[in-house]
Write a protein that binds this ligand. Structure first.
Ligand code: PRP
Ligand code: ZN
Ligand code: MG
Length: 222
């Protein structure tokens, strides 16, 4: 049998928008690490709190499987894996205030958009099929989602889809692809996520300590 873990593990994005600010936040609460050479695992030095550097999409699975105790990821990813059944029941423990964006439907610039009914029968390219289908269902619209893991915005000009449902931050990516946002499905930002309940033993105490310190630096920052 595996030994129970006595160190806390926090999974963050290895590269991408949320990785550096997540790491900066954890540094600001006083954590330090000895980096491994491949930079996938950072061993905590002062406190026994280690970092896992992974793809954001893998964080819900790591939490569900108990490989990580906390994860910092976009609410959009947490919502998608909660809805599609791959990582149900994870909790949004704190919202972290960085990485704001929204999940939006983007249609060709020239369209006169009048409402969800206009999407009936169309193909929607997205990396968030569960959130998109949930929204369509709630608006009584029947449309097909085409699931792509990246470069979603190019699908309409390639003829692979009619519209997109993707994250919008500055709006630059949609504009560069002659699309415009017309519906917001979800307001997102970086969040701290965890499996339900407190970890047992020493990890539970470390979890409480980390949350207290996070609340402390966030209060100072607000
Ligand atoms: C999102 C989204 C767009 C871009 C939009 O990707 O998929 O590509 O950001 O931002 P803009 O409105 O400022 O142009 P993200 O960086 O989250 O990476 P990912 O799609 O690989 O998760
Ligand atoms: Zn991603
Ligand atoms: Mg992208």
């Amino acid at each position: 049998a595996r030994e129970p873990r006595d160190r806390l593990r926090v999974a963050i994005q290895k590269s991408g928008r949320l990785g550096d600010p997540a790491r900066d936040l954890l540094s600001a609460v006083g954590l330090t690490w000895r980096e491994s050479r491949d930079r996938l695992f950072c061993f905590g030095e002062g406190l026994p709190i280690d970092l896992l550097l992974v793809r954001d999409d893998d964080i819900p699975g790591l939490l569900t499987e108990g490989v990580a105790d906390f994860g910092i990821l976009g609410r959009n990813v947490l919502a998608e894996t909660g809805l599609d059944g791959t990582a149900p029941g994870l909790e949004e423990v704190r919202q972290l205030g960085f990485g704001p964006c929204r999940l939006a439907i983007g249609v060709p610039e020239g369209w006169d958009y009048e409402g969800p009914a206009q999407l009936e029968g169309l193909r929607i390219a997205t990396s968030y099929p569960a959130i998109t289908q949930d929204w369509l269902r709630r608006h009584g619209v029947d449309a097909r989602t085409v699931t792509l893991s990246g470069s979603v915005e190019i699908a309409p000009s390639l003829g692979q889809a009619d519209v997109v449902c993707d994250l919008v931050s500055s709006g630059g990516t949609l504009r560069a692809n002659s699309l415009k946002p017309v519906e917001t499905l979800l307001e997102s930002e970086a969040v701290l996520a965890a499996p339900p309940g407190r970890p047992e033993g020493v990890r539970g105490e470390l979890a409480d300590l980390l949350l207290r310190r996070l609340d402390g630096v966030r209060r100072v920052a607000d």
